[in-house]
Design a binder for this molecule. Structure first.
Ligand SMILES: [Ca+2]
Ligand SMILES: [Ca+2]
Ligand SMILES: [Ca+2]
Length: 415
């Protein structure tokens, strides 16, 4: 009896130690290549944060993937109580995934959330099947999100991965929503004889009430197609609008090769599941793709040959980090916690690279993407945002932290 109790205590101790080893953040320093810039921690203690949005200066809303809690970071302090707690299914890549603030906020105090909604009213993890991947509109009342209204109901099975989940308003005032292929093989995955369009592997473009704008690229096709802006997308955790051209860019996640960054024109077909990466690396060509009238296939503007799992992306529409970075594209990755910087060309439809081995727009090795590394050690980046202060904010799902990149303060000489 005594031995059994002791045995249990030892077992518990070992469980605790193993748990600590498993979850204790490694002391990885965040580093930046530019010695004129520095990294600071804004807040810690978040649980698996996926995305964030500013609702004011020093006022950030952050989503937690697995418990469906919407947290508020006010003046650098994590508020103890969530501003909302929704019932999510959190299996694999499911959970509380995306946030968008209405472009007229706060006059129009709408906040949109994308999450995998559980079917029990409590948080679940794969069973029973969730209700769907859904976008809801809420009203911000100054301290909480209230008045839940369904805007978009998307599929969730089989998944459980490739749920996408990033949502964002464009400069056109439309709501863009990305969902991955959920491991389906239909026409939207470029199987012409497969099941018809089923709201997977697409970027949707919607009015702020969830209806389809009549200037969408496939609006004349009717049915589900009228909501789509792009298709043939495997999965994505990043969308950003160029502040100069207004055009949409998105990151896309390859299976084990060819992560992509794409300029997403209206009617874009990214090629999955027939092509990942540039067409010239694909033996089949583009003849076997599913062609919706008004669609066009185009190659990625950049690919990592070996996948890094790119996630959040943002254009730095600010000179606060120096004029040389204004309107450059920043992209985070999940696998290594690397922050990448891409310089755009004069026509802003591609990137400028120094290494001649990048002339093929594919980083075939780490040496080839070396010049793109802006910072390291961020431990699984999930989101990037430019704050109202013009600084660059990073969200780390592994560290459970928000970081900010700012100029190193100028040291005045002592007199
Ligand atoms: Ca919850
Ligand atoms: Ca593609
Ligand atoms: Ca190359």
């Amino acid at each position: 009896m005594k031995g059994a109790v002791l045995g249990n205590k030892i077992t518990l101790l070992w469980v605790s130690i193993i748990w600590l080893l498993a979850v204790a953040p490694l002391a990885v320093a965040q580093t930046l290549r530019d010695p004129g810039l520095q990294v600071s921690e804004v807040v810690a203690g978040l649980s698996l944060p996926t995305t964030m949005a500013f609702i004011g200066p020093d006022d950030i809303i952050v989503l937690q993937k697995d418990d469906g809690k919407v947290r508020r970071v006010l003046g650098g302090g994590l508020q103890p109580e969530p501003v909302l707690d929704v019932a999510v299914d959190n299996a694999s890549e499911r959970g509380l995934l995306g946030i968008a603030i209405h472009p007229e906020f706060p006059a129009t105090p709408f906040v949109y959330l994308f999450y995998t909604e559980s079917s029990t009213g409590d948080d679940t993890s794969g069973f029973p099947d969730p209700l769907g991947n859904r976008v809801y509109r809420f009203t911000w009342d100054g301290s909480a999100l209230i008045d839940q209204t369904l805007v978009l109901d998307l599929p969730v099975t089989p998944g459980p991965n490739h749920d996408g989940g990033i949502i964002a308003f464009g400069p056109d005032g439309k709501l863009y929503v990305v969902i991955g292929d959920l491991n389906r093989e239909g026409q939207l995955q470029n199987f012409p004889d497969g099941p018809p369009p089923d709201d997977t592997g697409v970027i949707l473009r919607l009015n702020d009430d969830g209806t389809a704008p009549d200037d969408n690229p496939f609006f004349a096709e009717g049915g589900n197609l009228e909501k789509y802006y792009a298709y043939g997308i495997r999965n994505s955790f990043g969308m950003a609008f160029d502040p100069v051209t207004g055009k949409l860019w998105a990151s896309e996640n390859g299976p084990d090769t060819f992560d992509e960054i794409n300029l997403v024109e209206p009617g874009f077909n990214s090629g999955w599941k027939q092509i990942m990466g540039p067409d010239e690396r694909d033996p089949q060509g583009i003849e076997d793709l599913f062609h919706v009238p008004g669609s066009q296939y185009s190659d990625p503007e950049f690919s990592w040959f070996t996948t890094v799992a790119p996630t959040g992306m943002v254009f730095l529409d600010s000179t606060q980090l120096g004029d040389q970075y204004e309107n450059d594209l920043f992209v985070g990755d999940f696998n290594q916690g690397i922050l990448y910087r891409f310089k755009l060309n004069a026509t802003r439809d591609g990137f400028l690279f120094d290494n001649p081995d990048l002339a093929d727009l594919v980083a075939d090795s780490e040496a080839e993407f070396e010049e793109l590394i802006f910072g390291t050690g961020f431990g699984g980046i999930t989101d990037l945002k430019v704050g109202p202060d013009g600084l660059l904010y990073l969200l780390s799902i592994i560290e459970g932290k928000i970081f900010v990149i700012s100029p190193v303060p100028v040291q005045l000489p002592e007199t």
